[in-house]
Design a protein around this ligand. Structure first.
Ligand SMILES: Nc1nc2c(c(=O)[nH]1)N[C@H]1C(S)=C(S)[C@@H](COP(=O)(O)O)O[C@H]1N2
Ligand SMILES: [Mo]
Length: 551
């Protein structure tokens, strides 16, 4: 092993220890954010618009492992290079480590709910420990001659980062060195210790695990009589929807459930790890161009009138035929009721209050016309999904759900603020070149038959879902001849005009190769466009088209 290689290994081992320690502290104390996640998140935020639209529009899906892997590799390579540099130019190396501390702190402080002092101590402590381990490994492998054998890093946490400065006589003879085998063992041990610390930290903080934990059942009993003494207030009610009617679903192999189970609900956001919010400290502010700013606690919200509402949510990044769409039964307070408390009414919307911006605990924003919140549709400040609290990943404790709008302009998760402002403000994805208004395009998808399927002659049920949230679906047609002729599909009962609708066409298939397509017509009589478009900048369009063979 040559000198550089050993120095590189020493640096990488030190980095593992530094990250491990920081991750461990994060596990013990959540107000110290995960430095690793903060850095990766920083990369996302700094990604410029054009690139971001392609690279991270489906974050929460396949891109996360790539991002995480590149962040890890990047950090290890950087540490290795710093270690090599430190042999020749220790002072420069130390200054660069200092710069890393600043970068890590900036990233950490952009996370929600950060304890400043503890975070500073953690970052500096972790870097000092990492540098100590690196220096120790450099020493024992003879890369830094003239130093006495340092005790193991666990026993020597004091001022080791400075050690490099004192090593002037690096080329003098002597110095204690261990053999190659021992160097490998020591480096491996350091890295393992770091990994163990990181693993423990992850386990303590419930990284991943708690996200998938079963959300608690909603319990609104007892929160109802709050305002009853006040004669001026309308009585508080908790409206439940009747059970989903049987005839609203078509039961066929491959059909998706009409109401998506929370665990299967599509997931899209820019948060590498979901903000964990303590409901007792959470509040929702309504501010900006309002008559009076108001602030709601979680209890305040639950003691208002609540309702359930069936709403299909879709992501603008959904490709034709794609799965970034789900249908939920949401529980919450009407957004219009929340706004009314701040004096916002449809009649008094002005240019200054034309836009309603939802802001998340993690800083994400989504904005839409204030009028949409007040035009009667069941836009909710939601705290429940399918009779349970919101899952952490889907916005616990409170999010927005607005029928008819894509999620990127409307469905703010981990909601902490509603701000009334003018139309000039550009929310998160608008800054990244997606269009300002995001009405969901009328669309349909074939689910029961897949592209490339082979069938034998006979009846084939071509079915799936069609949606035009807030307009409803009036008709769905299926073509088996590449759009030459269209056959009316059978529709299930419409659960709600805000939700998708099941359809099926019983196709009597003869032998041959077929191009099968579907198209939907919304409640206003408008058929979805045949024109194909990519998701960027305002949603995909075109007919879902598949090829099948019948023999
Ligand atoms: N805080 C926050 N809210 C957010 C997002 C986000 O990145 N951060 N993404 C939005 C987008 S683009 C969509 S499509 C929906 C997805 O909601 P879901 O993950 O619950 O399906 O959330 C919206 N709300
Ligand atoms: Mo989205």
């Amino acid at each position: 092993m040559n000198e550089r290689f050993r120095a590189g290994v020493a640096g990488a081992a030190g980095a593992v220890v530094a990250f491990g320690l920081a991750e461990f502290v994060h596990g013990l104390y959540q107000l110290v954010p995960s430095i690793f996640v903060s850095l990766a998140q920083g990369i996302i935020e700094l990604t410029p618009g054009g690139f971001a639209t392609r690279a991270i529009e489906t974050l929460g899906q396949a891109d996360i492992p790539i991002l995480v892997a590149s962040t890890i590799i990047g950090a290890l390579v950087l540490a290795a290079l710093l270690s090599i540099l430190s042999l020749r130019r220790p002072v420069t190396a130390i200054m660069l480590v200092g710069l890393l501390a600043v970068v890590a702190l900036v990233a950490a402080f952009s996370q929600p709910f950060v304890s400043p002092a503890a975070t500073v101590v953690t970052v500096i402590g972790a870097l000092v420990m990492g540098a100590a381990v690196t220096t120790f490994l450099q020493n024992v492998s003879g890369l830094r001659a003239g130093e006495p054998v340092a005790p193991p890093p666990e026993a020597a946490p004091s001022e080791p980062a400075m050690e490099g400065v004192r090593v002037r006589e690096a080329h003098s003879s002597g110095g204690i060195s261990v053999g190659r085998g021992q160097f490998v063992v020591l480096s491996g041990a350091a890295a393992l210790a770091g990994l163990a610390a990181a693993g423990t930290g992850r386990a303590l903080s419930g990284g991943g695990g708690a996200d998938s934990a079963q959300p608690k059942a909603l319990d609104l009993a007892g929160s109802s009589d709050k305002n009853s003494g006040d004669g001026s207030k309308k009585p508080v009610t908790h409206e439940k929807l009747p059970a989903v009617p049987k005839d609203a679903s078509i039961d066929a192999p491959g059909m998706v459930p009409l109401v998506t189970p929370a665990k299967d609900f599509y997931l899209i956001d820019t948060a590498l790890s979901s903000p964990r919010i303590d409901v007792d400290r959470w509040s929702l502010k309504v501010k900006g161009a309002v008559e009076n700013e108001v602030e709601f606690s979680y209890k305040d919200l639950l003691s208002m009138s609540t309702r359930e509402s069936d709403v299909t949510l879709s992501c603008v990044s959904n490709e034709v035929g794609g799965g970034l769409i789900s249908n939920g039964r949401w529980t919450g307070v009407m957004l219009s009721d929340v706004l009314a408390e701040a004096g916002v009414k449809r009649e008094n919307i002005s240019r200054a209050s034309e836009q309603l911006v939802g802001r998340s605990a993690d800083g994400w924003t989504g904005g839409f016309k204030t009028d949409i919140a007040l035009d009667g549709r069941e836009a909710l400040v939601a705290f429940g999904l399918n009779d349970s609290e919101l899952p952490i990943k889907h916005g616990f404790p409170v999010r927005l759900v607005v029928p008819g709008l894509y999620g990127y302009v409307s469905a703010t998760k981990w909601l902490t603020e509603l701000e009334l402002t003018n139309w000039n403000f550009d929310a998160y994805w608008i800054q990244r070149t997606w269009t300002k208004q995001g009405p969901i395009k009328t669309q349909s998808r074939i689910d029961t038959v897949k592209d490339g399927d082979d069938f034998s002659t006979g009846k084939i049920g071509v079915g799936g879902v069609a949606w035009a949230p807030h307009k409803g679906i009036e008709r769905v047609e299926v073509s088996t001849d590449d759009g030459e002729t269209w056959n009316e599909a059978r529709l299930a009962a419409q659960l709600d005009e805000d939700t998708w609708r099941h359809y099926i066409y019983d196709w009597d298939a003869k032998p041959g190769d077929y191009t099968v397509q579907v198209r939907a017509t919304d409640g206003e009589g408008v058929t979805q466009t045949k024109e194909t478009a990519k998701p960027h900048p305002n949603g995909a369009s075109g007919y879902h088209t598949i090829q099948v063979s019948v023999a």
